[in-house]
Design a protein around this ligand. Structure first.
Ligand SMILES: Nc1ncnc2c1ncn2[C@@H]1O[C@H](COP(=O)(O)OP(=O)(O)OP(=O)(O)O)[C@@H](O)[C@H]1O
Length: 361
C-alpha cells in the first residue's frame, strides 16, 4: 500500500476499563476505497476500537492518523466532528420528523443548491431516487438503512466506521443491501472499517479481515488467506466447524488413522493438532469391504461408521466414528447424502487443506 493512499492508520491503540485491558496494542492501516472488516466474538473489543477512532472513547495510548493527519496521539485529541469520520450503527436512527432529503443533508455545510445536488446524487446512488420528500416511517427497514448510508456519506468522510450495520435487517434483505452498500462505498472512496461478529459477512464484504480476540488483532489478511491459512485452531474454528485429529510428533512425522503427516517444526514427542474443515473430508463407499483407492493428495483412507446424517439444504452433514480409535468426525457433502446410521464408509482427508498446529498448552 503506497503511503499516499493510506487513509486510516492506527498504531498501538490500547484501552482498559477499570484496570481490565479491553483493546491491547491494536494497529491497522486502511487505504482509500478499502473495506477492512474487524471480525471477532462478542466482547473482544471491536466496538471500543471503533469508538476510539470515532473520537467518542479516549484511548489510553497509541495514535490515530486520518489522511496523514494526527487525530489522536499524546498531544492531540480532535473531537469527533473534526475527524472526517462517518458513522453507521445497527440502530441507524434517522430523524423521524425530517424528510429523507433533510436527513441526508443534515451534516452538510454547503449552500442550498450544492446540498440539493449532493442529496439527489446520493439518493440515486443508493437506489432511492425520488424518495427525498418522504418521511422515515414511510420506508421499509432496508430503505431506511440505505438513507442512513447516504446520510453518513453526504459530507464525504475520509473514513467510514460501521458497527454491525446490517444486523437489524432480515436475512432476505441483507445480502442485497450489503452489495449496494459495498458498491456505494467503493464509488465514494472512503476507507471503511466494518465491525462484525459474522464470518460470512466479513468474507463477503471485506477486502481485508482483521481477526480480533481478547482485545488483540490475531491475524490480518485477505479473506481467502485468513480462511485458508488460519494462524491457530481458534482462528480456523471461527469461520466454520472443524475436525481436530490429535497425534504425537515423532521425528517430524505424526501418525494418524489417515496415515502419517509431515509435521516438521513441532517438538519431538509434542502433541500436534491436525485441523480440517468438514467440507474437506471426502467420503467414499465401502464397496463390500474393498474401499477406495485414494490419490496421493488424499493420503490413506480411514474406515468409519455413520452415527447420523442431517440435510441442511445446500449440504448434508455426516457424522462418523472412525474404526481406529473411535474418534468422531463430521464431513460435509454437497446436496443430499443421507446414509443410514451404522453404514460403513471410508473417509479421506484433503491433505492440502489440513492445518497443523501445536496442541495448546
Ligand atoms: N464504558 C465501558 N466501561 C466498562 N467496560 C466496558 C465499557 N465499554 C466496553 N466495556 C467492556 O469492554 C469489553 C469489550 O467491549 P466491546 O463493546 O468493545 O466489544 P465488542 O467486540 O464490540 O462486542 P459486541 O460485538 O458484543 O458489541 C466488554 O467486556 C465490555 O463489557
Amino acid at each position: 500500500m503506497s503511503q499516499s493512499s493510506v487513509r486510516l492508520e492506527i498504531q498501538h491503540l490500547s484501552r482498559a476499563f477499570g484496570g481490565v485491558p479491553v483493546v491491547s496494542d491494536v494497529s491497522l492501516t486502511i487505504a482509500a476505497g478499502q473495506v477492512t472488516c474487524l471480525l471477532g466474538p462478542s466482547g473482544c473489543g471491536k466496538s471500543t476500537t471503533l469508538r476510539m477512532i470515532a473520537g467518542v472513547e479516549r484511548p489510553d495510548s497509541g495514535s490515530i492518523r486520518i489522511d496523514g493527519r494526527p487525530v489522536f496521539d499524546a498531544r492531540t485529541n480532535l473531537p469527533p466532528e473534526a475527524r472526517s469520520v462517518g458513522l453507521i450503527f445497527q440502530d441507524f436512527a434517522l430523524f423521524p420528523h425530517l424528510t429523507v432529503a433533510q436527513n441526508v443533508a443534515f451534516g452538510l455545510k454547503t449552500d442550498r443548491e450544492a446540498k440539493a445536488r449532493r442529496v439527489d446524487e446520493l439518493l440515486e446512488r443508493v437506489n432511492l431516487p425520488g424518495f427525498g420528500p418522504k418521511h422515515p416511517h414511510q420506508l421499509s427497514g432496508g430503505e431506511q438503512q440505505r438513507v442512513a448510508l447516504a446520510r453518513a456519506l453526504a459530507p464525504r468522510p475520509k473514513v467510514m466506521l460501521m458497527d454491525e450495520p446490517f444486523s437489524g435487517l432480515d436475512n432476505r434483505l441483507r445480502d442485497g443491501i450489503r452489495d449496494t452498500t459495498l458498491e456505494v462505498l467503493k464509488e465514494e472512496g472512503a476507507a471503511v472499517l466494518l465491525v462484525t461478529h459474522e464470518p460470512d459477512e466479513a468474507l463477503r464484504m471485506g477486502d481485508e479481515i482483521a481477526l480480533m480476540r481478547g482485545g488483540h488483532i490475531v491475524q490480518t489478511g485477505a479473506p481467502y488467506n485468513v480462511y485458508n491459512a488460519p494462524v491457530d485452531r481458534a482462528a480456523a474454528a471461527f469461520f466454520s466447524d472443524i475436525n481436530v485429529i490429535r497425534g504425537v510428533s515423532r521425528g517430524a512425522l505424526t501418525e494418524t488413522p489417515f496415515g502419517s503427516f509431515l509435521t516438521p517444526g513441532h517438538a519431538d514427542g509434542g502433541t500436534v493438532e491436525i485441523v480440517i474443515r468438514p467440507q474437506h473430508l471426502k467420503i467414499d463407499l465401502d464397496r463390500a469391504g474393498r474401499g477406495p483407492s485414494p490419490t496421493p493428495m488424499d493420503g490413506t483412507a480411514a474406515r468409519g461408521t455413520v452415527i447420523r446424517a442431517r440435510f441442511l439444504g445446500r449440504e448434508s452433514l455426516v457424522e462418523l466414528a472412525l474404526d481406529e480409535g473411535g474418534q468422531r468426525l463430521t464431513a460435509s457433502v454437497p446436496g443430499v447424502f443421507l446414509p443410514k446410521p451404522g453404514t460403513v464408509l471410508w473417509l479421506m482427508i484433503r491433505r492440502d487443506r489440513c492445518f497443523v498446529f501445536p496442541h495448546p498448552a
